[in-house]
Design a protein around this ligand. Structure first.
Ligand code: ATP
Length: 799
């Protein structure tokens, strides 16, 4: 029947039914793929093949197929979310991953959102329909299609479905208004055009993405990682992608986004986690972190190393077991040091050169003494005697101790610990900031490393180098043994060759002796590393990543940038941040200054200008903070307004924590109340228990607030999935909540040199409601939060 004769209701039912059938088919296919992968895991794991080769192949298959099962599980929710109808009457469904039919042609059933075919779904507009007649968003709950939203792109097309939505942003707004969970969600269904361009920007080079709060920088960075893994799968699967965030809580917050896009092999880390073997659990004062983050620390550490390459004053006496006292004078040691330095090698790798020179000089001295002809003739020792003497010198414990005292083998930990124990190269104030008491100089005792120590350790590791000659020699030996073993296997296999064998499939027969030599045979039998690239990268300080994404990039110190640049020699990087939110005293406020030493001016800048998080009324208050220092500041445009101005309470300082707790209790009550009357579907007002609230206060007030809010999570590792958390502004960076209570804004403003940035961050964390509890005894520097303006509608307490 012609659609024009159908009533709207019939159309709607038919359309929805059709989509439901399609989605059901997709899930059946997903189930089948998952079953295949699970079966492969089970069958392979149960295989009893013996020998190294069989074991390796089994482990690789199990790892691959288990990864596939995890990816397929992760895309279960919202598998298909869109459809595009093209002018040529073809249609494509768009989803989290690509799925094909199980037919001969492997016909595409669901198009991966990252495929070029899917691009018009994100970019087409009425002005530029990109060949589309219609764009459809599907909303689903579990496997049930719950809604359709159609946009007509070709106005000459008269066909109607009954799901045409006059509000093109309905799906976006529903996503923005949904209650937060304490975990970031992906935005794959509603990526906006300006975001799409960043996500699909070319892979090479450094791309900086700058934008105000809530402009989707984090979301875009994560989707870009997923896109790059799709578009450059082979290279990036091998070299891995690293995503760097400011703290572990933030990484927990964003940790589910990439898996929900089917990507599980990405390493998420803070810079403090990038030195394998070191857990940076300590904390620094802001002053200490700032000093440790300065670029000048690279020079300081280089000088510390040079200092360890010392000279005797004026001579060093070495008592040799058999030959009495040897004397190493300053000139000889200086010459040996010069030679060692001239190698240009890091300290530990240049040490053998130093040691050889010293041993040579001492051997000559000894030969001179022992072989001296009492008659004054030539030395009586033969060359072989001298070689023997050299061996004795080289193996002498005392000689070793002497060399060690002049050119010690150093670990990064020991070098940095010694520096922190006695930072005498720094001026008095900086030294006082970084000095660590309780460290024993020269001892390898464990200390509480801080995140700001990690770039120092990395720098030290570069300066020192790793003397892995023993490991290399051992590996070479093992390889020789493997080749010998392989030779034996090949001879055996040749000897046992039978007629029956010759008739078999040639690959089996040729595999033995005809086509490979012992060396390649040995290679094939080497123990393969079945860890994913991300896992291997996490354990390897010198790993070169295929791409690095840095979120909150403005927070990184100059020393942290040095560390990251070492991990990415290809300089394929995406850096997202907002200099206006820089809180860390060691952080940078100019991209050019950060990047200059590494890529000169060869980097791209993209700006995001729409705030998807913070409602316009709240953004106005936040903008006032920035205008304290920059009167012309314009905030990013908010995509929504809620009609609710921030609530302000001015109270005596001793009542601020109590008042905040009361506001939290009121908020919980009103969320429950409005939930009772709310319509179906997720909303910020949500159901009881839905939504998240954060109290953000200066660090000194956090414990008092924690005491007033016994159910809240707070401290070093707050649980963001709890209904209420108490955070300081630094901890709140990058996060968002349905409701935020900012306590003591003036305290935050004055609390650090970048207090204005911290307050700006605190005020922009909410998706719905903001309350401010301020100290009534200090004048407010924000007009709209002064407790006397329009925002004060709810009458402050206790003022
Ligand atoms: N296209 C989109 N569709 C749906 N939600 C979006 C979209 N873009 C951004 N958002 C949502 O807006 C919120 C803010 O995004 P995000 O945290 O990525 O911003 P940001 O720029 O990193 O913010 P900040 O600098 O304040 O940390 C998130 O909840 C994100 O999911």
């Amino acid at each position: 029947m012609d659609a024009a004769y159908w009533t709207g209701a019939q159309l709607s039912t038919e359309e929805l039914h059709g989509e439901q059938q399609f989605v059901t088919l997709l899930y059946e296919r997903l189930d089948a793929l998952r079953e295949q992968a699970e079966d492969a895991v089970e069958v392979t794991a149960g295989q009893s093949g013996t020998g190294r080769q069989a074991r390796v192949e089994r482990d690789i298959t199990v790892a691959e197929q288990s990864g596939r099962v995890s990816s397929l599980n992760a895309v279960e929710s919202g598998l298909c979310f869109g459809r595009i109808d093209l002018a040529d009457h073809t249609t494509h469904h768009i989803g989290r991953i690509g799925i094909r039919r199980d037919d001969e042609e492997r016909t595409p059933l669901l198009i991966d959102w990252r495929a070029p075919v899917a691009r018009p779904f994100y970019l087409a507009t009425g002005f530029e329909p990109m060949g589309l007649r219609r764009r459809r968003h599907l909303t689903t709950q579990g496997r049930r299609v719950t809604g359709l939203h159609d946009e007509i792109m070709d106005l000459t097309d008269t066909r109607r479905t009954g799901y045409e939505d006059p509000d093109a942003d309905a799906v976006l707004l529903a996503a923005l208004n949904s209650a937060r969970t304490g975990r970031m969600a992906d935005i794959v269904q509603t990526i906006q055009a300006e975001q799409d361009r960043v996500i699909r920007a070319p892979y090479r080079g450094v791309l900086v993405v700058e934008g105000g709060p809530g402009t989707g920088k984090t979301a875009v960075a994560l989707h870009r990682a997923a896109y790059l893994l799709y578009a450059h799968r082979e290279r990036l699967a091998r070299r891995a992608v690293l995503i760097v965030g400011p703290n572990p809580a933030f990484l927990g917050y964003i940790g589910e986004v990439l898996p929900s896009l089917g990507e599980t092999g990405v390493l998420l880390a803070t810079t403090g986690e990038l030195f394998p073997g070191v857990r940076a659990v300590g904390t620094d004062s802001p002053a200490a972190a700032e000093v440790k983050g300065r670029l000048a620390m690279a020079k300081v550490l280089a000088e510390e190393v040079a200092d360890r390459q010392s000279l005797p004053r004026p001579t060093l006496e070495i008592r040799h077991e058999d030959h009495g006292t040897l004397v190493l004078d300053r000139e000889t040691a200086a010459e040996a040091r010069q030679r060692a330095r001239e190698t240009g090698l890091p300290h530990n790798l240049a040490r053998p050169t130093f040691a050889f020179r010293v041993i040579d000089a001492l051997t000559a001295q000894l030969a001179e003494r022992i072989g001296a002809d009492p008659e004054g003739g030539p030395n009586l020792l033969s060359p072989a005697d001298v070689v023997q003497l050299g061996k004795e010198v080289a193996t002498s414990r005392e000689v070793h101790a002497a060399i060690e005292s002049l050119w010690p083998t150093l670990t990064p930990q020991r070098l940095v610990a010694d520096f922190l124990a006695a930072p005498w190269r720094l001026d008095a104030r900086d030294a006082a900031a970084v000095r660590r008491s309780g460290i024993r100089t020269g001892a390898d005792a464990p200390i509480d490393w801080t995140p700001a120590d990690v770039p120092l350790l990395d720098e030290a590791a570069e300066l020192l180098g790793e003397d892995n000659s023993a490991a290399v020699a051992a590996a070479a030996l093992e390889r020789q043994e493997q080749i010998a073993y392989a030779q034996g296997v090949l001879e055996l296999s040749y000897g046992s060759r039978t007629q029956e064998f010759e008739d078999e499939d040639e690959s089996e027969v040729l595999a033995a002796h005809d086509v490979i030599d012992a060396e390649r045979f040995a290679e094939r039998h080497e123990e393969a590393d079945t860890r994913s690239a991300a896992e291997r990268a996490a354990a390897d300080r010198t790993w070169a990543f295929g791409h690095i994404v840095v979120d909150e990039a403005q927070e990184l110190s100059a020393m942290a940038w040095r560390l990251l640049m070492r991990r990415c020699p290809s300089r394929s990087m995406t850096l997202v941040g907002d200099p206006a939110q820089t809180g860390d005293a060691a952080g940078c406020d100019s991209w050019q200054r950060i990047l200059e030493p590494y890529v000169g001016t060869r980097w791209e800048l993209s700006r995001l200008g729409v705030n998807y998080r913070t409602p316009a009324e709240i953004m106005e208050v936040a903008a006032e903070v920035r205008r304290l220092t920059d009167p012309l500041f314009e905030p990013p445009r908010s995509v929504r307004s809620t009609g609710t101005a921030p609530l302000v309470r001015a109270v005596a300082p001793g009542l601020m924590a109590r008042t905040a707790a009361e506001l939290v209790a009121e908020s919980a009550g009103s969320a429950a109340g409005s939930a009772a009357g709310s319509a179906e579907g997720p909303s910020a007002e949500g159901r009881p228990g839905e939504g998240r609230l954060a109290v953000i206060a200066p660090p000194g007030l956090v414990p008092a607030l924690g005491a007033e809010l016994p159910d809240a999570s707070w401290g070093g590792a707050p649980d963001l999935t709890r209904p209420v958390v108490v955070l300081d502004p630094r901890q709140a960076k990058g996060l968002e909540f349905d409701t935020v209570v900012v306590v003591d804004p003036e305290g935050i403003l004055d609390g650090s040199p970048r207090g204005a940035n911290d307050l700006y961050v605190a005020l922009t964390r909410t998706t719905q409601r903001l309350a401010i509890v301020r100290n009534a005894e200090v004048p407010s520097r924000l007009k709209s939060a002064s407790g006397t303006g329009a925002a004060d509608a709810e009458a402050p307490d206790g003022a």
